[in-house]
Design a protein around this ligand. Structure first.
Ligand code: DX5
Ligand code: ZN
Length: 221
């Protein structure tokens, strides 16, 4: 199994000090930054738009992994691409035209991802699995950091891993929500390639030590 990729979510960072917060991610030797975009409609919370990404881009070489929790994401794919995202993930529940929206991301030469909420089955995204670079399995209901991992998602993660192996699909399995030192082992055993960590990373007493401990558990399991 490949080394675990850890993607800190800036949702749990101090927004008033964002450039410094992002630097700590780089200083821990990490390569991904997870950017949670919320519209107050698909989820009951609001975060930031493309200008935020555009402003942050010159300050960081991290891989910007945008997670769009917005309805009708096709309206904003061009804007987030042009702002400098490396990857754009959209929710299967947020569009009537999932294939078209994913194709729009690919046409912008960005990595594309599809996400499913805890209550959405893998069947709903099965037709698009051959075309995506990542499947983001929500392991909490989206909207807020600091929630508890929902165990019923483990079966879906295992199924995604099986489908990937059986069919030679290339997608990474990315888990988002409630991932920390207590949950990473079961997440990894189920098939996690990338884990988003919001509060566990940004609220850790020592972020570097936290990353080391996560990698130790994950790469041993
Ligand atoms: C939730 C977001 C997550 C969130 C994870 O809707 O998509 O990325 O920041 O935060 P934790 O790790 O605290 O559950
Ligand atoms: Zn997220």
């Amino acid at each position: 199994m490949k080394n675990l990729i850890i993607a800190p979510s800036i949702l749990s960072s101090d927004f008033s000090n964002i450039v410094e917060e992002v630097k700590t991610v780089e200083n821990c030797g990490l390569e991904w930054l997870h950017i949670d975009v919320m519209d107050g409609s698909f989820v009951p919370n609001i975060t930031f738009g493309p200008k935020f990404v555009n402003d942050l881009r010159p300050h960081s070489d991290l891989y910007f992994d945008a997670h769009l929790m917005i309805n009708n994401p096709e309206q904003f794919i061009d804007a987030f691409s042009d702002a400098g995202c490396d990857s754009i993930t959209i929710h299967s529940e947020a569009t009537n035209h999932l294939h078209r929206a994913l194709q729009m991301i690919k046409n912008k030469n960005k990595d594309c991802g599809v996400s499913i909420n805890p209550a959405t089955s893998v069947e709903m995204i099965r037709p698009v699995l051959p075309m995506v670079d990542q499947v983001l399995v929500m392991t909490v209901n989206p909207g807020f950091g600091g929630q508890s991992f929902i165990d019923l998602t483990l079966e879906k993660i295992k199924l995604l891993k099986e489908l990937k192996e059986q069919n030679g699909y290339k997608y990474k399995i990315n888990l988002d929500g409630g991932i920390n030192l207590s949950t990473i082992e079961k997440a990894r055993e189920a098939g996690c390639d990338v884990c988003v960590t919001g509060s566990a990373f940004f609220k850790a007493e020592n972020r570097e030590e936290f990353v080391k401990s996560m990698l130790k558990i994950a790469n041993n399991s």
